[in-house]
Every structure is written in structure tokens, then in C-alpha cells.
Design a protein. Sequence first.
Lengths: 256, 289
Amino acid sequence: MSGYTAAFEVWRGDADGGQLEDFEVEVNEGEVVLDIIHRLQATRVPDLAVRWNCKAGKCGSCSAEINGRPRLMCMTRMSVFSREETVTVTPLRAFPVVRDLVTDVSFNYAKAREVPAFVPPPGVAAGDYRMQQIDVERPQEFRKCIECFLCQNTCHVVRDHEENKESFAGPRFLMRIAELDMHPLDAAAGAGVDRRKTAQDEHGLGYCNITKCCTEVCPENIQITDNALIPLKERAADRKYDPLVRLGNKIFRRPE
Amino acid sequence: MATGTEPQPRTDVPGAHGVHDASRATIAARHLRTDRWWLAPAATAAGLLAFVVYSTWRAFANADYYAAPYVSPFYSPCLAENCVPMKGGPNWEIFGSWWGLSPALLILVFPLGFRLTCYYYRKAYYRGFWASPPACAVAEPHRKYTGETRFPLVLQNIHRYFFYAAVPVAGILTYDTVLAFRDETYAWGHMGLGTLVFLVNIALIWAYTFSCHSCRHIVGAGSSTSPSTRCATGCGAGSAGSTPITWRSPGPRWSASRSPTSTCTCWRPAPSTTRGCSRRLDDQMKGAR
């Protein structure tokens, strides 16, 4: 593929307003959308604000919406678009805009702080943790998360309903709760933290209606819905909605 | 932006919500997707609607559901006296003669409930019928959203009970498939196109039933440790609080009893939790030594 000129629409503005601006920009073989944004910065609009770091799909900084789809700019090849197509780049539309392509993602940091951390098992020194590989494989999938917040951005619970941000943690942090609840050595229950019950009562698991957009946009291909959210919903059902499980816990004196 | 940053307090502007909230980038369009995002939910809605119309008609028809030896899955098991006699078939007159409606209505509630509360179907019908959301990053038309936190959608949490009911129904349909190896005079050894349809049907039904997320939870995914770990740690005793030891497995007797994925690192059960299978493991360990 030789170089060509592509049509771009990039949103420019801040919290007081803004609009999509048109650009004609050179594209070369093998380039990604972030390269084009950098070329715009270098040649046309030096004050264009964009957040980026690794350019390798591992830092999660360059999240944006490209042709309306939440994606990492550094992992979106220009070759997926036709040469005639106008490529639209906007900031994430679920978070407050700071300037141009940069948004205020502090909602996610606030939600992260609300999730109780891993509780070490009592009487076991950190170096003595032993787990079967089969038991750590499940939560390890969720450790691939690069915190790009594309799942948080695309989840309609908060994207389309700002008022739900207070009561809904979002897929990334419900996945974090699932990860900790699946951890073989997490002793949260012994410390009085019932992750399954609080997932429903305090972190808004019930808002999730399993429409799988978080899984669709995940650049790490984490099966967020199938492997984290649905298992967590089933675990919450154990605690709150299944009388047989509660009866069994009473009879067999299992900790609730 | 430091991770200790607090979100800005929200300023509520009347009429501005969702992607048009005052704090967000001012973009008039509900979405900027350029692909045919509407095709998948439209096709799903059309397919499901066609099935709902057809199945409702067939369920209320109360006719043409048995042609020996084949019985429609909608009418199996047939639990009322007004069922067509099916030799050796699953017609048990539990509801007697007072039931005057189609016998399909007695049994269809279970597979219907199983599918209505199914996690897989939820994506299909929430997107296709309720547009909540119609597609990813396409703004939904609703002003308020409470999801599955309130009645009636909170009832989705009883999905596992429909799974329990779906298993015996699938078992009976398996029995019907076996009966499909008869001919119209009920002589065994027949196999027609209908038999093949029954075989495909029951294979798909079992695949659907066993791939249920509730099934996965019930058979072990609800625990944080695998069955082999629970056995090695004392039949479900929590790992936390147990005393870790490392031991080697030199004997062929022990090696044969371990899962191929296991390593030779194991957890010793706490004394108060030593029960059944862990005792057997202890015996095996002694034998191996």
C-alpha cells in the first residue's frame, strides 16, 4: 500500500463546547490512527490534546472513539478503513471532556478505591502462598486488563445514564470484584467483607443486563461478561436470591 | 491525571442526559458509527419474533402434534387426559380431565422460562427488542434505566431454577428420540428423516442446556478452588488458614490418582476439616511414602 491522503474529522474543544474539525492528512503504509493524530499535531494543530504513552496497546492511554466505536488509537490500523472513508475521531463520550481527545476518567479511579483490596490469608507469610495453577488461571485472565476504560465508556448503564455513575461500578471494577472473589487465598469473608453481596448491594451488579458491549470493545479480549460478570451474578444469586442455597448453608453450617 | 483525583461534581442541565450530558464532548449525533450496527439486532428481533409467533400458534393449536412414532417437542411430555394416545410415549395424565386447553401450555413454561432468563438470550432481546442499548456505543432511547435491580427484571436471578426444570425436560426429549427409532406400527429398527431431525434437535438441546452459565456455576465454577484442590485441602475447606507444606510424589500409585494438570505442591488440610476424600488422600500419601 502506498501513501495516500485521508479525510479526518477530529473533535476539538473543551468543557465549554467544541466541534468536529476536518483535516486532510497523509497516511503511509502500516500506520495506525495514533500516527495520524501525531502527524496532525506535528504539521497542522500543535495544540491538539491527546493522551498516549506506549503506542503498543499496553498502557491504555489512547482510548478514543473512532468512527463511533470505542478503540485504542494505537491499535487501530488505517488499513481497516477504505481510502474514501472519512475517519472520525472523538473523545470518549461517557466521561467529562477536558480538552480535544482528553477526558476526565477520575470516575474510574473513584470506583477503584471503593473495591476492598485483597485480604491476605491469616497465618500465611506472603512468600508461602501456594495455589494450584488451575485455580489461578481464572482470575489471571482479568489481570490482563490495561485499564483503558473502553468497557466503562461503552457500558450503556453509565454512558446513557449519568445518574447511574453513583451506584454502578462498571464492568472493569465488577470484574475486579469477581477476580478477588475467585482468588483461592482471598480471606475477605473472614474480615467481614462479603464480596458477593456487596457486588449487588453496593457496586450495582444488578444494573448489568448482559449486553456484552464491554467484552466487544476489550482490546485484551478478556471475556468480561462470560467469565466475570455472569459468574459474579450467579454468586450474588447464591447470597441473595436462592433460598435453596441459603437453606443448604444453614444445614451444612457453611459460612454465608 | 493522578489516580487520587475525585470526579467533578455533576451539573444537571435539564434536557441533557447520556452522551449529551453537559460535561461531555458536545456532539449532536446519538452515535457516530458508520457500520451497519442495526443489522444484527434487527435480524435477531425478526428471527425471535417469527419464532414467538409460530410457537404461540403451535402451542395453542392442540392438533397435529403426533404422527407415530414422532411427537412434537412442544407436546412432550403430554400431561393431560386430552392428549393424543402415544404408545410407549411420554403421555402421563397427571392433570386429568379438567385441563381443557392445549397440553403444550403445561410444559412449555419451563423451556420458555429457561430461555427468557438465559444470559445468552438477554443480550439478544435487550438489544433487539428493548434497544437497551440497540448496539454498542449507540445511545439508547430510554430516559431512565434500573436494569435488573427491580421487579420484574430482578426475577432474572431465578434462572438456575429454570435450568433445574430444563434438565428433566431434555431427558424426556431424549426418550422421545429413542422412540423415534420405531416405525409407524411401533416396530423397532426404523430410522427416517424424522429420526435424524430428532437426533439433531436433542444434540442441540443438550449442548444448549449444558452450556448454561448457571450449570457452570452449579457444577463448580461457584467455588474459588477446583474440585481437585478442594479434595486436597479437605473437601471444600477454605485454603486460607490451612498450613502449606510441599511434598513430592514419587510413587506410581499416587501419580495415577492425580490430575495431569496438578503439580506436586499441595495444601495440607487443617486438622479440624479433615473429612472424606482428604482422608483418602492422606492414606494415599502414606502409601506413596
